[in-house]
Design a protein around this ligand. Structure first.
Ligand code: M6P
Ligand code: ZN
Length: 192
């Protein structure tokens, strides 16, 4: 017998990306991403301040099982560690063949995608950009603007998070400011 879950709506504040009454709100400080930025000296210096880099508002507590979806908004604050823009930790899905969809809401950012072998693609995201994360790609988002970068994300509830390989090797390329503009360069810390 199929058990029918009650349909429902949620509200996303389109002025700031906040989901009022989101059951899960994650606040990530620089200390939560320690070791991920290329410029270790700049990272250590900024750790004294330990700024909030981003917040995630998870809309629902949908069951973590195949068939369901989960969704969230992410607010990445503007800023840099050295010349590298603030970003999310980044992850592969624990179940690798699970895809994900992002929709840009506010500000200006990039979605960085990487295969385990280190092939990287950077997709520019503006309000209204729907960016697809195909199965098996690691993904990280980056705020390259001067305002908050906000996007909505939707993913299979059972996708799960593999943070370990990003924490170990990082991304092969990073987004840095060069002459006032974002530029993708090789990550000196990348290990194959
Ligand atoms: C998006 C989704 C979430 C993810 C969040 C922050 O909202 O992809 O699943 O948790 O970004 O990214 P991370 O988990 O890599 O810190
Ligand atoms: Zn994901």
């Amino acid at each position: 017998m199929v058990e029918f879950m009650m349909p429902f709506t949620i509200d996303v504040n389109l002025q700031n990306g906040i989901i009022p009454n989101a059951p899960i709100v994650q606040t990530r400080h620089l200390s939560d991403l320690q070791g991920l930025f290329a410029d270790s000296a700049a990272e250590s210096a900024l750790l004294a301040e330990n700024p909030i880099l981003y917040e995630v508002y998870e809309a629902t507590e949908n069951p973590v099982v195949e068939g369901h979806l989960r969704y969230s908004t992410t607010v990445i604050y503007p800023g840099k560690v050295g010349d590298e823009y603030f970003f999310t930790k980044g992850h592969y899905h624990a179940i690798g063949d699970r895809a994900e969809l992002y929709l840009g809401l506010l500000g200006e950012g990039y979605l960085l995608l990487q295969t385990p072998a280190g092939e990287v693609h950077a997709l520019r995201m503006l309000p209204g950009t729907a960016a697809y994360v195909p199965p098996y790609w690691g993904h990280r988002t980056i705020n390259v603007g001067t305002e908050n970068f906000v996007f909505f994300a939707c993913y299979p509830a059972d996708a799960g998070y593999d943070y370990a390989s990003i924490a170990e090797k990082g991304f092969a390329q990073i987004m840095v400011e060069r002459a006032g503009k974002p530029e993708l360069v090789a990550n000196p810390k990348w290990r194959t």
